[in-house]
Write a protein that binds this ligand. Structure first.
Ligand SMILES: Cc1cc2nc3c(=O)[nH]c(=O)nc-3n(C[C@H](O)[C@H](O)[C@H](O)COP(=O)(O)O)c2cc1C
Length: 393
């Protein structure tokens, strides 16, 4: 049987700290510290504990060339068996086909190794962001200040005030006013249906194709309202929709060439409950009429930027551009919008049928009618959306 090491692997030394009452009574600090190794292999999608001997053997197996397993004899034999069992060493044998296919998918994906590892191991499946804030006493700005002390200052100067070159100011125009009204919405009106035409306008403005650059029939670059590295526009929009006139609640994919929604069957639970869980219990966002999961097709970017140190960064930035265009489009239409990466992307990928390493969700945006009442705090010190009591006529 021939073997080779999995293609992408990072080994992390960790420390586990356990409380020990006997130690405390004997006069120590009561803490027992144990060092151990964790293997982070993105093709597996979960951490794997390994021992020092396994670490050393992993360092001796080529990730490219296939080697006869018999070459690892003696003490190495049980170690190799363990690493095969854990999916860190790949074998050509039929019995190990599942791990081999996962590893081959990684090889064909052109991921930069560090980006792949970061992407694979910063994902959530069942996080509760609200509970986490409550437990750490960091729900409000005042609590944050109390728990964490002051943050780094809000702005910095690199020269004395006298050396600053003051810039001229222009009178605000309609674009300034639009920018000023962009306030992250945490209060949506679940009772008011969203007209289909507003949904259509917004999706077209943010995700729609404005023009194409057709090099050959199989090589087409897209022009959209947001910039994209290499003009590749790899970020797909997957939607959870509820309370939109003329549309059944459910999961959809936006097809940007046709400006059409593609219904995705197979949701196993009500949309509202899925939205809440996907948003890690952030109920203030889960009330929005539309949730948009930004899911890049990484292979489209990595086709040009193979194993590139900046490729993943570019895709993350693109998600940010799309979210800002969505914010402004929603604001222009009189709607509220949000963006968050505190998400259980695993649940969304399951709902939309997406593989984490090829089409994994990066961030979530949403939009819908604003509520007339502010229950959850929004940052609107200029009172563009929410007028202070008594100020409004
Ligand atoms: C990348 C990103 C992630 C965010 N994640 C969250 C989030 O998880 N929960 C939330 O309530 N707001 C989230 N926000 C919204 C910010 O809290 C908000 O932008 C900030 O309070 C400033 O308010 P403004 O957008 O109205 O200017 C996020 C914003 C960005 C850009």
């Amino acid at each position: 049987m021939k073997v080779r090491r999995c293609s992408i692997l990072h080994l992390e030394p960790r420390e586990r700290v356990e409380f020990n009452l006997a130690g405390l009574l004997a006069g120590s600090d009561g803490l027992v510290r144990r060092q151990h190794w964790v293997a982070l292999a993105p093709h597996l999608g979960h951490e794997v504990g390994i021992d020092e001997a396994e670490c050393m053997l992993l360092g001796r197996i080529s990730p490219e060339a296939w080697t006869e397993a018999a070459a690892f004899a003696g003490d190495m034999r049980p170690l190799l068996r363990s690493l095969l069992h854990k999916g860190l060493v790949i074998a050509r044998h039929r019995r190990h086909a599942a791990f081999r296919q996962q590893d081959e998918a990684m090889r064909e994906g052109y991921w930069h190794p560090l980006a792949a590892t970061f992407h694979a191991f910063t994902r959530w499946d069942d996080a509760d962001a609200v509970q986490a804030m409550q437990e750490t006493g960091t729900t409000t700005a005042a609590e944050l200040r109390q728990q964490l002390g002051p943050p780094p200052s809000e702005a910095i100067s690199r020269v004395e005030e006298s050396e600053q070159v003051r810039l001229p100011t222009e009178a605000d125009n309609a674009f300034d006013q639009l920018l000023a009204r962009r306030v992250t919405c945490r209060n949506f009106d679940t009772a008011r249906p969203l007209p289909l035409v507003l949904l259509s306008q917004l999706l077209g403005r943010v995700f729609g194709v404005r023009a194409t650059e057709r090099v050959t029939d199989d090589t087409v670059f897209l022009k959209k309202s947001s910039p994209s590295g290499g003009g590749l526009q790899p970020v797909e929009a997957y939607l959870l929709i509820r309370n939109v006139q003329g549309l059944a609640d459910g999961a959809y994919h936006y097809q940007p060439m046709a400006h059409a929604l593609e219904p995705l069957p197979g949701l196993t639970r009500p949309v509202a409950a899925l939205m809440l869980d996907a948003l890690a219990q952030q109920h203030w966002f889960a009330d929005a009429h539309v949730l948009v999961a930004l899911a890049p097709r990484y292979a489209r970017n990595f086709w040009k930027y193979r194993h590139h140190a900046k490729a993943y960064r570019a895709v993350v930035l693109e998600a940010g551009h799309l979210s800002q265009t969505l914010y402004l489009s929603a604001t222009d239409a009189g709607l509220g919008a949000y963006v968050t990466c505190a998400i259980n992307e695993g649940l969304l990928e399951q709902a939309f049928g997406l593989d984490p390493m090829t089409e994994g969700v990066l961030a979530v945006c949403g939009f819908g009618w604003r509520s007339t009442e502010m229950v959850t705090m929004e940052l609107d010190p200029a009172e563009q959306i929410w007028r202070a009591p008594g100020v409004d006529a």
